[in-house]
Design a protein around this ligand. Structure first.
Ligand SMILES: [Zn+2]
Length: 432
C-alpha cells in the first residue's frame, strides 16, 4: 500500500467583512449562531459558485474522492488542533496563561500521559492554588510566538445580539410587534493574548479551515473558494459578507521513505532515553513527527511498567464531532477494524465525550435529525506490538490516511475529522 500523493491540502482563511450568522438553533424569537463555521457551510458555498459556472453538482460531490472541508475556527493562525478532553485547567482561574505574569489564569495542561502511562487515577489539582480542576477540552488551540519560544492560546469569537423586525411581505410593512433577535459573530475576536500593558488583545475576526482535494480531478477548487463572498444565513440583511484566501499547503503527506524511517525509530524506543522535545513549532509537525514525539514522552514517564515497553502507541484525537457506527447502531469507541488497522493493534484507553450531532439545514430552514455522536476533543489510545516492521509501516500509513479521510458518517459536512497524537499531550505541566 503506497500513500496517496494525489491529495492536495488547501489552507483556507476567511475574513469577515460584516457580522456572520451561522444558525445553530432557533429558541423562541432568538436565532443562535455557532462559534465556528462548519465544513458543510463552506462546501455549500463552493457548490453555489460551481453551479453558477454551470457545473453538475452531482458529478462534483457524489463520488469517492470529492473534496472534504473541515470546520473553520477563529484565530490569527490555523489551529494546531482541538484540545483533548484530558486537558485540565483550574476550576477558579481558567484558561491559558497569557504571559508569565498573568494572575487571572492558572494555565492549562494535559493529563493523558500521566493517566494512561503513569497509571495516576486521582483527579488533577491546580499546581498553582491546589484547587480542583475542570476539563478544558473541545476548544481549538493555536501556538503563538516563534520557534523555541511559543505558548498556546485559545482565541474566541465575540458574539453580538442584534434586533430585527419581521417584514410582512404582502404589505411590505413591519409585521405587528414581530421582533426577532439574531445572535451573530462580531467583526472583532479575542486573541487570548495580552499587550505590553497586560490588556487583552482583540483583532479583526478571521477563521481558518482546510480542505483535502484531489489534485488529479482538474476542478479549480481553490478558485471557486476564492469566489465565495457570502456565508451563513440572513444574507438579504447585510450579514455574512466574507473574503476568502486559499493557499496550497506544502507537503503534508510524508513519503514512503519517511514512513520506513519513522518505523525504525519507533523500534529503537526501548533504548531511547531522550525526553520528547518539539524541535519545530507544533503547527508545523507532520503526523510522523507527532507520533515519534508522543512515544518518546510516553517512554519517559516515570514508573512506566515493563510490559508497556513491548508496544508503541498512538492517539486518535477527534477534531470535530463524529458519528460513529453504522446501520447496526451507534458506536462509542472506534475499534482497530473500524479504522482499517490490523487486529494485532489494540485499543487501550478512551477519554471521550458524548452528545447528539444535529446541525441546521440551510436548504430546509429546519434542524437536522439528531444522531448520537462523540464530541470534538474525544481521545482514544491504541498500542502496536514492537518487532514487526511491516505492521509498523502499515499502521503509520493508515495514520497518515486517517487524517485525510476522517472517520464515521457525514464527513462531507466536516464531521469525523481526526488528528493523530495532538501535540498538546506533551504539555504535562503549565507553561510559565
Ligand atoms: Zn488554580
Amino acid at each position: 500500500m503506497a500513500l496517496d500523493q494525489s491529495l492536495k491540502w488547501l489552507a483556507v482563511t476567511i475574513h469577515l467583512e460584516s457580522p456572520l450568522l451561522i444558525t445553530a438553533r432557533q429558541v423562541g424569537f432568538v436565532w443562535e449562531s455557532e462559534t465556528f463555521i462548519p465544513g458543510g457551510v463552506l462546501r455549500g458555498a463552493v457548490a453555489e459558485v460551481a453551479a453558477r459556472h454551470g457545473q453538475d453538482l452531482k458529478l462534483l460531490f457524489d463520488r469517492p474522492n470529492a473534496p472534504r472541508f473541515g470546520h473553520a475556527y477563529a484565530g490569527l493562525e490555523p489551529a494546531v488542533g482541538i484540545l483533548p478532553h484530558t486537558a485540565r485547567t483550574c476550576k477558579r482561574y481558567r484558561g491559558f496563561r497569557r504571559d508569565d505574569q498573568d494572575e487571572d489564569r492558572h494555565g492549562v495542561w494535559d493529563t493523558l500521559l500521566l493517566q494512561v502511562f503513569g497509571q495516576v487515577k486521582a483527579e488533577a489539582r491546580c499546581p498553582t492554588c491546589d484547587r480542583g480542576t475542570v476539563s478544558y477540552g473541545g476548544e481549538p488551540y493555536v501556538s503563538v510566538g516563534s520557534s523555541g519560544a511559543w505558548r498556546y492560546a485559545s482565541p474566541r469569537v465575540i458574539m453580538r445580539r442584534i434586533g430585527r423586525t419581521a417584514v410582512a411581505r404582502e404589505r411590505a410593512a413591519v409585521a405587528d410587534r414581530l421582533l426577532y433577535v439574531l445572535e451573530v459573530i462580531g467583526e472583532q475576536m479575542e486573541r487570548d493574548e495580552l499587550d505590553a500593558y497586560g490588556r487583552p488583545l482583540e483583532a479583526a475576526t478571521q477563521f481558518h479551515s482546510c480542505a483535502w482535494a484531489d489534485s488529479s480531478d482538474g476542478w479549480p477548487w481553490d478558485d471557486w473558494l476564492r469566489e465565495v463572498t457570502h456565508l451563513g444565513g440572513v444574507r438579504s440583511r447585510g450579514l455574512g459578507w466574507v473574503r476568502i484566501e486559499v493557499e496550497e499547503g506544502s507537503a503534508r503527506t510524508p513519503t514512503d521513505g519517511e514512513v520506513v524511517r519513522a518505523g525504525m525509530q519507533l523500534a529503537q524506543l526501548t533504548e531511547d532515553r531522550r525526553v520528547a522535545d518539539l524541535g519545530s513549532p507544533p503547527g508545523e509537525m507532520n503526523v510522523l513527527d507527532r507520533i515519534l514525539a508522543f512515544n518518546r514522552a510516553a517512554y519517559a514517564v516515570k514508573c512506566l511498567g515493563k510490559e508497556w515497553r513491548n508496544y508503541w502507541y498512538f492517539t486518535l484525537n477527534m477534531q470535530s464531532d463524529a458519528i460513529l457506527g453504522d446501520a447496526r447502531g451507534p458506536r462509542h469507541c472506534p475499534q482497530p477494524a473500524d479504522l482499517e488497522i490490523p487486529a494485532s493493534v489494540e485499543w487501550v484507553w478512551s477519554g471521550a465525550g458524548y452528545s447528539q450531532a444535529g446541525g441546521w439545514s440551510a436548504a430546509w430552514g429546519l434542524p437536522k435529525r439528531v444522531t448520537p455522536s462523540v464530541t470534538a476533543g474525544s481521545t482514544f489510545v491504541y498500542r502496536v506490538p514492537h518487532g514487526d516492521e511491516d505492521l509498523a509501516q502499515q499502521v503509520l500509513k493508515r495514520c497518515v490516511a486517517l487524517e485525510q479521510e476522517g472517520i464515521g458518517q457525514r464527513r462531507e459536512e466536516g464531521l469525523g475529522w481526526v488528528q493523530i497524537c495532538t501535540p498538546f499531550h506533551l504539555e504535562t505541566e503549565v507553561q510559565k
